[in-house]
Design a protein around this ligand. Structure first.
Ligand code: ADP
Length: 164
């Protein structure tokens, strides 16, 4: 039995939503240390720069003292060991998430036998939330204040203004 469990929650967080934040809150209550790792993945077309994604996350978790925000590139299976993590956290919104997440969990375990993935379900109020939908709503002028932290809403409005 491990005493000091380190949990790692990876994602693009482009941008962070209240659904992500719900998973972070739940994981931070379960594990002594939670590392939120933002992917630098260059293939993905992100709306927000890595710096903005880091800033928004740091601001939103500032009251959770066992949560650390970092960024990483490369293979998650290697980074998991580098951070001495014991558990990978992923969020499951609906059955539609399951197939991809299940495949990724098993592939990661094939790449790294230490890998254990723990899936957490958000509050049902957040099961319909996704970063891509938030971006679409914001860029079309819709109100996102019920779906994202205030600092994210502010940044979305700035980007919308710049694009006008
Ligand atoms: P990725 O590109 O790795 O899927 P995301 O930032 O979209 O990155 O998501 C990171 C993790 O958070 C994934 O496990 C995803 O299923 C989960 N997630 C995303 N949105 C929500 C939500 N509304 N509720 C719960 N989990 C979520």
């Amino acid at each position: 039995m491990k005493k000091e469990i380190i949990a790692l929650y990876p994602g693009s967080f482009d941008p962070l939503t209240n659904g992500h934040l719900d998973i972070i809150t739940r994981a931070s209550r379960l594990f002594p240390t939670l590392i939120v790792a933002i992917t630098k993945n260059l293939n993905k077309n992100h709306l927000f720069s890595l710096e903005d994604r880091i800033d928004m996350l740091k601001e939103s978790v500032s009251d959770m003292h066992n949560v650390k925000v970092v960024s990483f590139s490369g293979l998650l299976a290697n980074y998991f060991d580098e951070m001495k993590a014991n558990v990978l956290i992923r969020g499951l919104r609906a059955v539609s998430d399951f197939e991809y997440e299940f495949q990724m969990a098993l592939m990661n375990r094939n790449l790294n036998a230490n890998f254990e993935t723990v899936f957490l379900m958000p509050d049902q109020d957040y099961t319909f939330l996704s970063s891509s939908m938030i971006k679409e709503i914001a860029m079309l002028g819709g109100d996102t204040k019920d779906f994202v932290p205030a600092c994210v809403e502010k940044k979305l409005k700035q980007i919308k203004k710049q694009n006008q």
